[in-house]
Design a protein around this ligand. Sequence first.
Ligand code: NAI
Length: 424
Amino acid sequence: TAPISETLDDVETARQEGRRKIDWAREHMPIMASLREDFQDEQPFAGERIGMAMHVEAKTAVLAETLAEGGAEVAITGCNPLSTHDDVSAALDAHGNVTSYAERGVDDDEYYAAMEAVIEHEPTITVDDGMDLIAAIHEDYPELIDTIVGGCEETTTGVHRLRAMDDDGALEYPVFAVNDTPMKRLFDNVHGTGESSLASIAMTTNLSYAGKTVVVGGYGDCGRGVAKKAAGQNARVIVTEVDARRALEAHMEGYEVMPMREAAAEGDVFITTTGNRDIITEEDFEVMKDGVLLANAGHFDVEIDLVALEEMAEEVTEPRDGIEAYVMPDGRELNVLAEGRLVNLATPVALGHPVEVMDQSFGVQAVCVRELVESGEEYAAGVHDVPDDLDREVAEIKLAAEGVGFDDLSDAQREYMGSWQHGT
Ligand code: NAI
């Protein structure tokens, strides 16, 4: 597998276009700007090789360049076959300290070959979104584990997989659960997924939410954001859940809650956000209205059962880029967006999360990489929460950049909060 600069036809044009996109993101990422300044001065990553498997678009490029400008040698590939922006990948590959193997539209073999190409740089630190890099290292390159200081994981599904691996005693180096920390989860998963999934569906279809029924599968952090933003665009929102407390929370928030089997006949737009499989299946397809839109915002393409849909359909057409219409024997058309892959990243017009949101998530990634370099040996193999002071540091940088002031605890307040002896 070769870096993208060696595979594109008109690499110069791609680089220029990619550079414009990266520069725009860079200008709107004050947390990364502040950290980059420190890293450029202090070169904390000198001598480190950082292997990354992430959605390679403009914001991720800013993270990769920030680590590279702090002295690291970075090798990067995609974490989804449809989410790479080739122009950004090419521009990134032109950076002296970065090699990018990410390319859009690769098949399974090419996807994993690119992952191996990253691993062949012998990373000392890994940065993953979905845990594919860590899995490949443990399965096929165990000899590298001794020299790996640690890793960072970006998303819920990756952290779930890592915790399962850790429970089995199979995870052999420390990994920060970046996803779970407040500065990531409460903003990226909620606002980022909500805004960008809805925007991507709207841009791909050119259709409105007003007056439609949007069914949200799962009411976790992502589902909460999708439901809130869909309601904000005048849709009627139905939520499906398997967790009683989450279902109750959605009910108390004012959404209709019902099993997917019932919601299937009601919805105009379906957005799955569970991180689980088989959320929308054959029985649901049978009762859906003509013209429904089916989209997934969960990490893997297993939430909508496309194998069953394919078997049921008489024909599949492509009415617009990024939409496949499955034509049922009774003439109904069920429209699947982005082949059931992350809709906010994988349709041809998708841009991923808003820049500001990724500034926070990648700010956390960057301080976690710094922590691994500075204190990696203090962390045992396994999944670790992001240290609270690092999460707070990122929040403080962001507030300072936005010019937002906030209060300090007084000594008396600190003493009061820390004591059990105060009563009425
Ligand atoms: P979460 O764990 O907070 O929420 C998932 C929810 O789905 C839970 O409430 C769970 O009870 C529910 N659920 C599970 N099985 C279900 C079923 N069969 N029917 C209905 N509900 C079900 O997870 P979070 O953070 O919301 O992430 C969800 C997925 O989205 C993950 O795969 C994650 O990796 C991905 N993700 C995607 C992003 C994007 O950019 N599109 C950004 C962040 C996360």
